[in-house]
Design a protein around this ligand. Structure first.
Ligand code: FAD
Ligand code: SIN
Length: 535
């Protein structure tokens, strides 16, 4: 089938929904999303959204904290846009009905690592769920927007499929091929403007705070279509996910440390004293590395996060979900410390774009965690990602609306998806085993601490795996799992490639072969572009 709209939005997290609501003022919008509409990283965001909202704070201070966390690699113009536009975009969320927590009638601001003041708006410890709820409610009332759940984008449509000639050497995006798992059909969703916002790639790693949707589909699709991607070596590991023997990693928000929680090793020592004067509220790269070192030095599987000095009522009120989830795991956080470990959490790099979200592919914009806007540099400041998503979505709509009328639909020249010669497969073990292999090797060789030897070993194994997966992909009738596996493999390879290019340690990228930072004048983003994702 063919579906046609002015705007195609791929993903229904905060970036996609914010873009869709604004784009609908200018034309028709189709949103496709691969699970239920709320299932996204957004829906699990706990701590909150950062912005200058109190008289004791300033734009300069938020800018400075963001730059410090980014460790010399942030793009200053992007950070300025984020921080300056942030308060107005958050006010729009409030006007839409997002119920941020209040104290004595005023919005309550909390603190997280790397922030020099209390500046984070939150909705208890389920901020993302509240934002997602409000956005979806507004969207359901909008006649210009149609949402298609359980539809998985496979590839962006460009001249590669139409056989047309690229203008000035840059591909143009005409929409996407989309799998409908129920009918097993691959539909064509055509659009003038495509907004790619499929979230992050935490599932590349064995242990992650991310839900299953986070398989880096957008980064992989954009890369295959010939877009420039960048800074993928900067995978952020959140310092404190709940350690459970089952392997399930539930996030213990940084706001818990902002509320006074202490990090202890198993000997009971407050070890952050030895790593950073900001102690538990140092930036995430520093805290995660410190925990990793403590665990390795002491041969422990976890460290402890102790908030038991805070009264139970206060903990239940401030962190109801964390309190209940820990209780279900047999931990009463008002009486005993929480075992925690770092886990892959956030992709700081992504598809390269400008201050309006425009990519190197015509009519393709990116947003949210899929985008590499330059805001986060080598390490994202806590609670800046929800903010980045709404600030960039606004800018993208402004920019796209101006050119919408000058774009003509391409409908006739878009061929159907070609699946001749493919067969159904019963070999599910190949898919599940490959998933596990990639996640394990990325965790072991491309984790918090890296080295040339480990990266080279990871590259060799990934090259071999990718050949196998490509061959399987070409002869097999597509399923959501096969599509995700192929994307995961490409993104893992891109992370390794970026990590091998960076010959220094900075922010989230630490390698024992180059433990120092390059001098300021020599620092660069790691950019990569090659059609068909050949790397
Ligand atoms: P997502 O919210 O992940 O949405 C992506 C969407 O794309 C989903 O709907 C998904 O189903 C869809 N999709 C993916 N692939 C396809 C495909 N092939 N076809 C169709 N649809 C597809 N950030 C903060 O700023 N503050 C916080 O407090 C915070 N807490 C967090 C807590 C947790 C546990 C996690 C995991 C992240 C947290 N983050 C936080 C990070 C933040 O939540 C994310 O970066 C942000 O929500 C990303 O939004 P997004 O719209 O880009 O992507
Ligand atoms: C958290 O609540 O610790 C997550 C915040 C973030 O990822 O920005």
């Amino acid at each position: 089938m063919i579906f046609v709209s002015d705007f195609l939005v791929i993903g229904s997290g905060i970036a996609g929904l914010s873009f869709a609501l604004k784009a609908a003022k200018h034309g028709t919008v189709h949103i496709i999303t691969k699970k239920d509409s709320a299932e996204s990283n957004t829906n699990y965001a706990q701590g909150g959204i950062a912005a200058v909202f109190s008289p004791g704070d300033s734009l300069d201070s938020h800018i400075q904290d963001t730059l410090t966390a980014g460790d010399g690699l942030c793009h200053p113009d992007a950070v300025e846009q984020l921080v300056t536009d942030g308060p107005a975009r958050i006010q729009e969320l409030i006007d839409l009905g997002v119920a941020f927590s209040r104290k004595n009638g005023e919005i309550e601001l909390v603190r997280e690592g790397g922030h020099s003041v209390h500046r984070i708006l939150h909705a208890k410890d389920l901020t993302g769920r509240e934002i997602e709820r409000a956005l979806l409610a507004a969207l359901h009332e909008n006649e210009n927007i149609q949402i298609f759940e359980h539809r998985q984008a496979i590839d962006l449509i460009t001249e590669h499929h139409t056989g047309g000639i690229m203008k000035e050497g840059h591909p143009t995006c005409f929409g996407a091929y989309v799998l409908n798992p129920e009918t097993q059909e691959i539909d064509r969703f055509l659009s003038k403007i495509t907004y790619l916002c499929t979230g992050g790639a935490g599932q590349v790693y064995l242990h992650t705070t991310n839900p299953l949707i986070a398989t880096g589909d957008g980064i992989a699709m954009a890369c295959r279509a010939g877009a420039t991607v960048g800074n993928l070596e900067f995978m952020q590991f959140h310092p404190t996910s709940l350690y459970s023997k089952s392997g399930r990693r539930f996030l213990i928000s940084e706001a818990v440390r902002g509320h006074g929680a202490l990090l202890l090793n198993r000997a009971g020592e407050r070890f952050m004293e030895r790593y950073d004067s900001r102690m538990e509220l140092a930036t995430r790269d520093i805290v995660a590395r410190a925990i990793d070192r403590e665990m390795k030095n002491n041969g422990d599987d976890f460290v402890l996060l102790d908030v038991s000095h805070v009264p139970e009522d206060e903990l239940r009120d401030q962190f109801p979900t964390i309190f209940e989830t820990c209780l279900k795991e047999g931990i009463d956080i008002s009486r005993e410390p929480i075992p925690v470990v770092p886990a892959a959490h956030y992709m700081c790099g992504g598809v390269d774009c400008d201050l309006t979200g425009k990519t190197s592919i015509r009519n393709l914009y990116v947003g949210g965690e899929t985008a590499f806007t330059g805001v986060h540099g080598a390490n994202r400041l806590a609670s800046n990602s929800l903010l980045e998503a709404i600030v960039w979505a606004h800018k993208s709509v402004e920019d796209a609306a101006v050119k919408l009328n000058s774009i003509r639909f391409q409908t006739r020249s878009i061929p159907e998806w070609d699946d001749k010669g493919t067969v159904n497969t019963e070999e599910w073990i190949l898919v599940s085993h490959s998933f596990h292999e990639i996640k394990s090797l990325m965790w072991d060789y491309v984790g918090i601490v890296r080295s040339d030897l480990r990266l080279e070993r990871a590259r060799r194994r990934m090259d071999f795996l990718r050949d196998e997966i490509e061959e399987f992909y070409k002869r097999t009738r597509l399923t959501p799992e096969i599509v995700e596996l192929r994307n995961l493999a490409l993104v893992a390879s891109l992370i390794i490639r970026c990590a091998r290019i960076r010959k220094e340690s900075r922010g989230l990228h630490f390698t024992t072969d180059f433990p120092a930072k390059l001098p300021d004048g020599e620092v660069q983003d790691t950019l990569w572009c090659d059609e068909n994702g050949k790397i």
